[in-house]
Design a protein around this ligand. Sequence first.
Ligand code: FMN
Length: 196
Amino acid sequence: MLRFGLIIGSTRPRRFAQIPADWLLAAAADRTDFTLDVLDLREADLPFLDESFPPAMLGGAFANPKANAWRARLNHYDGFIATVAEYNHGPTAALKNAFDSAFLEWRRKPVAFVGYGTTGAARAIAQLRSIALGLEMAPVRSEVTIGLEPFIAVQNNEKMLCDYGYLNRACTALFDDLVWWASALKAARKKLRVVA
Ligand SMILES: Cc1cc2nc3c(=O)[nH]c(=O)nc-3n(C[C@H](O)[C@H](O)[C@H](O)COP(=O)(O)O)c2cc1C
């Protein structure tokens, strides 16, 4: 069984991020091909990167214990999903910092993005795809973009994300895509003995 981590990418009080996170967890509960655990950046409480040297120079080691705890958790997973808020047309600083606060643990694993906001956080997701490539991850093609209408309707408690058929279908496609890439890359990592 594959193991995926769900990164809640906003740490703001009253964050919207909790809503897509709960929707994804409910949808994942019906799947028999993977498990989905929450990796909440609020709980991880990562420092803003305060390492004296870039992780690439230190073989992926971090001096800060909280960054090391984050790395150790990531190591258990075959792939990741991140909820993506858009702050000033980019990803949240907390999410970028979370990617910076590990190194080898991301490598050769897939990642998928679920964005929300006026444009479904499409601009932030585009930036995150590039960041993921910098970490040698495989950003999967499928994504969920919760655009203006559902974003407002859900925020106003007029609707729930699961009321939107096209979002449910996008979620299923994203899960399927992640499973394909996670299976392929897990087998390749095992065969080639590159990163656990
Ligand atoms: C600093 C900041 C910048 C924002 N910039 C954008 C933006 O560029 N595009 C957008 O669609 N929404 C923007 N918003 C609105 C967010 O989409 C909205 O607040 C959303 O709820 C943020 O996600 P969160 O509640 O999970 O943190 C911004 C919000 C904040 C706090």
